[in-house]
Design a protein around this ligand. Structure first.
Ligand SMILES: Cc1cc2nc3c(=O)[nH]c(=O)nc-3n(C[C@H](O)[C@H](O)[C@H](O)COP(=O)(O)OP(=O)(O)OC[C@H]3O[C@@H](n4cnc5c(N)ncnc54)[C@H](O)[C@@H]3O)c2cc1C
Length: 472
């Protein structure tokens, strides 16, 4: 019997499990391990706030790339929780979470718990010297598996370096924008500073407005760029000229194409969307210095044009800005000083040598998922890196993996048994964050693993102890 363990049951891990079950015949079995109680939802789709809506229209959120209507059909059949069945609609993220969980439940019914076991627990170590591999979980449990896939997703942002890092230990600072306490216990008239101006900040502003916040909401980032809004406009016929892979030429050609679209009565949004099927190829064809330049200079611009706000969300953000409640500051935090029940935040406005100060009652780090695995402080990754089982990718966007998702160890050797999927693999693929990218990656990795399973010499797989989700 061959066992495949998947660490993390968000969208990536769950989809991979579904594809593997269909490709790997019995007696192959899967163990899906999740530290939280909600299997199938992950960070993005476990939000309890119905105002947190998808930033991709329903028609592009099918879990299966070859069945593009699957999610919309599911919405139509379900027709509950206000699920809007229009392919152009942006539905609550929690509805998408329910969709993925339903897929998982259906698969468990079809395959049986013998083939797919859900284990609740935190994986803290993977011992690759043993055969099969041994996974250590919290509460002194271990599991064995022939293959392990890391589907561990997104981690909280890293704190900015400041002169007084002790501030980060005070109750004024909330390091995890997705934690239940990020915006709780905050009087409605108090001022809040959100570090970052991306989609996480947008979520936080929406949550604050929903909880009736009346006080000032400030957001600070180096460029002060907010995500742009989605618009639905007809696509101009795309240019058929090949994409250049030198960054300056590519940028120029995109600008030209966007200008042509706008002049033709359309807009720049479809031009960005047309890049999607080529993004991974473009990233992988670019030189390392160009990728570095992109991250340093163009990434904030790319992010706000590529990852956009649904119209209804953009309307609420615009209204909050128009009445002066939500303000965007452009600059860089220098330091924090606590005085009584307030925090004075010193920051350097962009293009100005002098410091400015703002006073708030809460600081929430919304600066985007942490990607430097040497700094995120997760025991699993601390151990994998310390033991040389994995290494960060050269751009510190995740772990170094091959185009098949196999982990590279400290010396650059390719693992035959350890793989990764989803945001962990961003260094190799760049755009491996959204559902349309991950669903394809899940399918390809399942195909690859199924091939390896067919060739694997059967190993004596024993579980020394475990606890399944049902047993909790
Ligand atoms: C707030 C937010 C909103 C988003 N909205 C959209 C959207 O609207 N549309 C879109 O296409 N994309 C969206 N995304 C992108 C999102 O990254 C992907 O869509 C996808 O959900 C990523 O899934 P994942 O399973 O890789 O990661 P996650 O959802 O982060 O799931 C990883 C899981 O692994 C578990 N885990 C981690 N480490 C361990 C461990 N050591 N042991 C056990 N379990 C572990 C975690 O608890 C978690 O449940 C959003 C992302 C975020 C953060």
């Amino acid at each position: 019997m061959t066992t495949i363990a998947i660490v993390g049951a968000g969208f990536s891990g769950t989809l991979l499990a579904l594809h593997l079950l269909r490709r790997c015949p019995p007696p192959t079995r899967l163990i899906l391990i999740e530290r939280n109680s909600q299997f199938g939802r992950g960070l993005a789709y476990s939000t309890g706030n119905a105002s947190h809506i998808l930033n991709v229209p329903a028609g592009r959120m099918s879990a299966f790339h070859d069945r593009p209507d699957h999610f919309v059909t599911w919405l139509r059949e379900r027709d509950a929780e206000g699920g809007n069945a229009d392919p152009g609609a942006f539905v609550p993220r929690q509805v998408f979470g329910a969709y993925v969980r339903t897929l998982l439940n259906d698969e468990i019914k079809r395959s049986g718990r013998d083939r797919l076991e859900l284990v609740r627990g935190l994986v803290t170590r993977i011992d690759r010297s043993s055969r099969p591999l041994t996974l250590t979980l919290d509460r002194d449990r271990t599991l064995n598996a022939d293959f392990v896939v890391l589907a561990s997703g997104n981690f909280p942002p890293e704190p900015m370096p400041v002169a007084t890092p002790a501030f980060y230990d005070t109750p004024f600072y909330r390091p995890d924008p997705w934690a239940a306490n990020a915006l709780s216990d905050l009087a409605p008239d108090k001022a809040v500073l959100l570090i970052g101006t991306g989609l996480t900040t947008v979520d936080a502003v929406i949550s604050l407005l929903d909880q009736g916040h009346q006080g000032a909401i400030l957001a600070l980032s180096r460029r002060g760029l907010l995500p742009r809004r989605h618009v639905s406009v007809p696509r101009p016929p795309p240019e058929h000229a090949p994409f250049p892979t030198a960054l300056n030429l590519l940028t120029r050609s995109l600008r030209r194409e966007a200008a042509r679209a706008i002049a033709g009565g359309s807009s720049w949004q479809p031009v960005i969307d047309e890049l999607r099927p080529f993004t991974v190829d473009l990233w992988q064809s670019m030189s390392l210095p160009d990728r570095r330049r992109f991250l340093r200079h163009l990434r904030p611009w790319w992010d706000v044009h590529r990852h956009r706000m649904a119209g209804a969300v953009a309307d609420r953000i615009d209204a909050a800005r128009a009445r002066g409640q939500f303000r965007v500051l452009v600059g860089r935090v220098r330091d924090y000083a606590v005085g009584g029940d307030q925090v004075n935040v010193a920051y350097r406005p962009r293009g100005d040598e002098r410091s400015a100060t703002i006073t708030v009652e809460r600081v929430v780090n919304c600066s985007g998922p942490g990607a430097d695995y040497e700094r995120i402080g997760e025991p699993l990754f601390r151990n994998l890196l310390a033991e040389g089982v994995a290494r960060p990718d050269p751009l510190r966007l995740g772990l170094d993996v091959t185009s098949n998702g196999a982990l590279l160890d400290r010396s650059g050797a390719i693992s035959r048994r350890l793989f990764a999927i989803g945001p962990v693999t961003k260094g190799t693929f760049w755009e491996m964050t959204a559902v349309p990218d991950i669903r394809r990656q899940a399918e390809l990795l399942a195909e690859h693993l199924a091939g390896l399973v067919r060739n694997v010499a059967p190993a004596a797989v024993e579980r020394t102890s475990h606890a399944s989700e049902q047993g909790r």
